[in-house]
Design a protein around this ligand. Structure first.
Ligand code: DGT
Ligand code: MG
Length: 419
């Protein structure tokens, strides 16, 4: 009798925030399939199923080598029946029917194209699809009223769906730095989001701004935005003010996953000069008010609600950047961007008081699953509530700062640098 060939099994901690996951992925076929199914669930308002697929994908992404046999998965956390079925189909039959049919489905393709428009969430996309709109051209021809964000999103669709490089993120960082230093010397900006995690490409550039003296950051965002606007750097911006102190349940205990910092969702105009890192001429030919150009007459601003949700945030970057490729994309591209001397870039600016800076930085570094898992771990394993504003020991009152030190000590096995 032959001894069964030895099967390598893996040991993986339950929470994503307890795992060291590098950018190297040995199981891309499996994780691509699970990520696409997660994206489809999220776009269909099935968040629970979306998270389950994301957790399963994250476990496979953390493995040190390719999975070749279902036996290797024994005892691994976060692999539910549905995910295991998809993995099994791929390992044993070479393909998952569910993955293939979802990927090819007209509805999924339309949801991707439409939610690829900045300012369009899954509910709006779903409504448009029910009205027979599946492509950008059909949307343009439909006479649908678009809010200001969506108009800008449609206008800059190709740019905003093309991945940004780290060099472009750096160029944007220099502009933001110039803006911040001009309006409040001593203020500090920190790159957050995917680029802070070392990703080579991203869908936007995220920054956190603070000042070492508590309170000096108040009013900073509007000045930064005015400076950027006066220099012609903004194609679109929408600022939401800080609502942390005025909310009825804050500052005592903000609900997890909510963030009430003053923030600016924007679209920058990044010219070739900035991308090459050269200085702009003093008297360049910039449009002093380019944001006006993006508005078409009769815009019904506020008639849609998606502006209030974080644009594109439900959709993973890795999928987003391929939106316009393939059959749909080929026909959708309005004009080739090749010879344009600038590109549109999504930029998120967040202002935090220094007292909440560590939490804000942790919260805005991502990834989304990491953040979710960190909060789940804090709640379930440490009886603490973590948000982007504070950390509370659920068993005590008013201990956020000292608790944070314990928490960070406990986190030392993670590759998160806080300050
Ligand atoms: P990408 O797509 O290449 O830009 O990848 P990320 O990881 O930079 O994703 P992004 O820019 O959507 O968000 C950056 C991180 O900031 C994300 O991992 C979690 C956090 N974040 C984003 N939106 C919100 C929000 O509305 N509230 C809070 N608390 N955090 C957010
Ligand atoms: Mg980002």
């Amino acid at each position: 009798q032959q001894v069964e060939a030895e099967v390598v099994t893996f040991s993986v901690p339950s929470y994503a925030c307890q795992r060291r996951t590098t950018l190297e992925n040995h199981n891309t076929v499996l994780t691509d399939a699970l990520s696409l199914l997660a994206e489809n669930a999220e776009l269909s308002d099935e968040d629970g199923r979306g998270v389950a697929f994301r957790r399963a994908a994250a476990v496979l992404r953390s493995l040190p080598e390719p999975v070749t046999d279902m036996k290797q998965l024994r005892g691994l956390p976060c692999l539910g029946d549905h995910s295991l079925r998809v993995i099994k189909d791929i390992l044993e039959d070479g393909a998952s029917r569910e993955f293939e049919s979802t990927k090819q489905s007209e509805r999924f393709k339309a949801l991707k194209v439409l939610t690829g428009i900045f300012g369009v969430g899954s509910r709006t996309a779903d409504r448009w699809i029910r009205e027979g709109i599946h492509t950008l051209q059909q949307l343009r021809d439909s006479g649908q009223s678009l809010n200001r964000a969506q108009q800008a999103g449609l206008e800059h669709y190709d740019d905003l769906n093309r991945p940004l490089t780290a060099a472009e993120a750096e160029a944007v960082g220099e502009i933001v730095e110039r803006a911040v230093v001009s309006v409040l010397p001593g203020a500090q900006i920190t790159l957050t989001g995917g680029f802070r995690r070392g990703k080579l490409t991203g869908h936007d550039v995220d920054f956190l701004i603070t000042h070492p003296d508590e309170g000096r950051e108040e009013g900073l965002m509007s000045k930064v935005v005015s400076w950027l606007e006066s220099q012609g750097f903004l194609l679109y911006q929408k600022t939401t003010r800080n609502s942390y102190l005025e909310s009825k349940d804050g500052p005592a205990r903000p609900p997890a996953n909510m963030d009430r910092f003053e923030r600016c969702f924007s679209i920058f105009k990044l010219t070739m000069e900035e991308r090459r890192g050269t200085e702009q001429p003093e008297n360049g030919e910039r449009n002093p008010n380019p944001a006006e150009d993006t508005l078409s007459v009769g815009a019904r601003s506020g008639s849609q609600t998606d502006e209030n949700t974080p644009p594109q945030s439900q959709v993973p970057a890795d999928e987003r950047r391929h939106r316009v490729s393939g059959e749909d994309g080929g026909q959708e591209e309005a004009k080739p961007a090749a010879h344009k001397p600038w590109r549109a870039v999504r930029v998120d600016l967040v202002v935090s008081p220094i007292s909440q800076f560590a939490f804000a930085l942790l919260g805005w570094t991502g990834s989304k699953l990491f953040e979710r898992e960190l909060r789940r771990w804090a709640g379930h394993e440490k009886a603490m509530s973590l948000s982007s504003h504070a950390l509370y020991d659920n068993t005590q009152v008013n201990t956020s700062q000292s608790v944070f030190r314990h928490f960070i000590a406990a986190l030392s096995f993670c590759s998160v640098k806080i300050l």
